[in-house]
Design a protein around this ligand. Structure first.
Ligand code: GLU
Length: 272
């Protein structure tokens, strides 16, 4: 089996990542390291280097795309080096009429959003039939026709999600030319042969649309999914990258050992 560890270099590694890494590396699967730097406005090269340094220090060794492969330059594990893979995927979807351009502003989307299931921002499909050209400077969306995606989460049990009611047609590239998380991760998990996805429960609502996108791209058998509990800062607030007290580089500077960091992550994540 092949799983992945997929941090976004929008901040330093923190205890929440270590908890996820513990779940990932204790699974029996081979681990692929993916740097999810699809959002060029928020990612910084120094964060990528910091993440690689912390992973080396913690002793997590990816079987595919080891940290040295990223340090050496271009790497297929880095999303910003995979633009042509995403372009090809869009071409395939567009050839089947599944992609369209959308020039709605966030305010316009918010105004029409009340018809979704209320769990998140919902896109009404206003631009579906406007035939705007698929060019730079405008958003691109993939059609999510009505239909329920069912899967059995290995930790949480049976799940049902209908992306057409949760979020509507999924944005796959924004008007600045950034590939979105939903699209890049769906293409990568499929094309890189990931068959086990292990991640925090905060991403559970995204899973149905990722299964759908992968199927539209031709994936016959979805990956298996394990969504685990998160380390919380307070009862209803999850840890964020700006919570310096749990940053791995700070703990390291204070003299913690890798084992102490991993143990702290496991205890706070309830798997001690
Ligand atoms: N890149 C995402 C993050 O840092 C993880 C995405 C995923 O596991 O699907 O939260």
């Amino acid at each position: 089996m092949l799983t992945r560890f997929a941090p976004a270099p929008t901040g330093w590694l923190h205890l929440g990542h270590v908890l996820n890494a513990e779940y990932v590396w204790e699974s029996a699967a081979t681990v692929l390291l993916r740097i999810e730097d699809h959002d060029r406005g928020r990612c910084r090269p120094e964060y990528e280097t910091g993440i690689l340094d912390d992973l080396d220090w913690l002793g997590y060794r990816p079987g595919i795309y080891p940290t040295a492969a990223f340090r050496a330059g271009r790497c297929e594990g880095r999303q910003s080096d995979r633009g042509s893979v995403y372009q090809d995927a869009v071409r395939e979807l567009a050839a089947r009429g599944l992609v369209y351009a959308c020039d709605c502003t966030r305010r316009e989307i918010e105004e029409r959003s009340q018809h979704g299931d209320g769990t998140e921002l919902w896109y009404s499909g206003r631009c579906r039939d406007r035939n705007l050209p698929l060019v730079d400077g405008i958003g691109w969306r993939a059609r999510m026709d009505p239909g329920v995606e069912r899967f059995v989460d290995e930790l949480l049990g049976p799940q049902e999600q209908d992306p057409s009611r949760q979020c509507g047609d999924v944005l796959i590239r924004d008007r600045l030319g950034n590939w979105t998380y939903q699209f890049a991760v769906s293409v990568d998990d499929y094309r890189q042969g990931i068959d086990l996805v292990i991640r925090g429960v905060d991403l559970l609502p995204s899973t149905g649309r990722q299964i759908r996108l992968a199927r539209l791209l031709g994936r016959e058998h979805p990956a298996a999914f394990r969504h685990h509990a998160l380390i919380m800062k307070t009862a209803d607030q999850k840890l964020s990258k700006s919570d310096g007290d749990t940053g791995i580089r700070e703990l390291r500077a204070r003299g913690w050992t890798p084992d102490q960091v991993k143990q702290a992550a496991r205890e706070r994540g309830g798997i001690a």
